[in-house]
Design a binder for this molecule. Structure first.
Ligand code: ZN
Length: 352
């Protein structure tokens, strides 16, 4: 019994091994054929689209990670909205994989933000360059020959931009030069306008002062103005001796103005005032002195008659005395003296 069982087992084991052998050989054959015809690969999809087949997933993942984290040059950072998905496949050995296309598709899905430098004027961005050194150098160039009165209020700010990292220094310089020219023109126009307005104002002041002086002369010629006081001539006549002259009849310099006129001609004061003297006084002969205030006094000498008395107020039109030749005099005339704070001044500065 034991013998029969042993043989039966022996038989079946033999048959099993035979079957296994056939399976193994068959499988090896299939595998060999498969390996000859197919290769293992990954189908890569990005945002639902197939972007290609690759052989080495680890390699492509490392490449993508390196690309996303790249911060060389002016790159501030990179962002990708979605990462690729991988699916294992056997593909025809003849089919070429597409690592390059996969990388391109990834790059297209990535947003790169660059670091750049904006040159500002009064806080407003006027130009962009790639480096701070370029921004500095442009500012120095712009300021080099700029009138110090023109302040462009230039500054530099670091900015982040997704546009491009290729900012040309030339373009930036051109933009800032345009700004400079505009500011200089604006400044010069303003300056010219100020000068023109100043000239205009000076012209107006000059012409109005001329108008005023003509008017003064025209209304009461010949008359004058002394410390704002209007003066009028005391008698009509001709000048026979000027202020400051010397003559044989005098040992001193002439302190007044002599006006020849017929004896008895009425004398009017040069301006309204108060009589402070009306009497005979040595070489002056008959003399009237009128005080006009503000330190101004007038003397009327050699009179033939005196019509006023001390303390009397007189106005410009009144007759205060008559022309004569009393005192140190060689013929009828009025000796007119004007004193300011006691000192005789030339009457012809104001009259005749
Ligand atoms: Zn005199």
């Amino acid at each position: 019994m034991n013998f029969i069982l042993k043989n039966w087992v022996k038989y079946y084991t033999k048959e099993s091994i035979k079957t296994l052998k056939i399976i193994a050989i068959g499988s090896a054959l299939v595998l060999t054929i498969a390996c000859v015809k197919y290769k293992p690969a990954y189908k890569v999809t990005l945002a639902g689209d197939t972007i290609g087949f690759i052989e080495n997933r680890n390699l492509i993942e490392a490449k993508i990670e390196k690309y996303i984290n790249d911060t060389t040059g002016n790159i501030a950072f990179r962002e990708i909205s979605e990462l690729p998905e991988y699916e294992f496949k056997l593909i025809n050995r003849e089919k070429e994989t597409e690592e390059k296309n996969v990388m391109l598709a990834v790059q297209n899905m990535t947003t790169t933000t660059y670091r750049a430098y904006a040159v500002t004027s009064d806080g407003e961005q006027k130009a962009v360059v790639s480096t701070q050194e370029e921004a500095d150098s442009i500012i120095n160039e712009i300021k080099a020959d700029l009138n110090t009165e023109i302040d462009l209020k230039l500054g530099i700010v670091e900015i982040y931009t997704t546009e491009t990292n290729a900012y040309s220094k030339e373009t930036a310089t051109t933009a800032l030069n345009e700004l400079k020219v505009a500011k200089v023109t604006e400044y010069e126009t303003k300056k010219a306008e100020e000068e023109r307005a100043a000239k205009e104002a000076a012209k107006r002041a000059y012409s109005s002062s001329r108008t005023r002086s003509y008017a003064t002369t025209a209304t009461s010629a010949p008359s004058g103005n002394l410390n704002g006081m209007q003066l009028s001539i005391p008698v009509n006549g001709s000048i026979s001796s000027r202020f400051g002259s010397r003559s044989a009849s005098r040992s001193t310099i002439h302190t007044g103005l002599d006006i020849s006129a017929s004896a008895g001609t009425g004398i009017r004061p040069i301006s309204a005032g108060t009589v402070i003297y009306s009497a005979y006084k040595g070489s002056y002969g008959n003399l009237v002195i009128i005080d006009h205030g503000n330190g101004v006094q007038s003397y009327y000498a050699h009179c033939s008659a005196l019509y006023v008395s001390v303390g009397q107020s007189v106005d410009a039109g009144s007759t205060i005395a008559a022309v004569g030749s009393t005192g140190n005099s060689t013929g009828p005339h009025l000796h007119l003296e004007i004193r300011i704070n006691g000192s005789p001044v030339n009457p012809q500065n104001y009259l005749y």
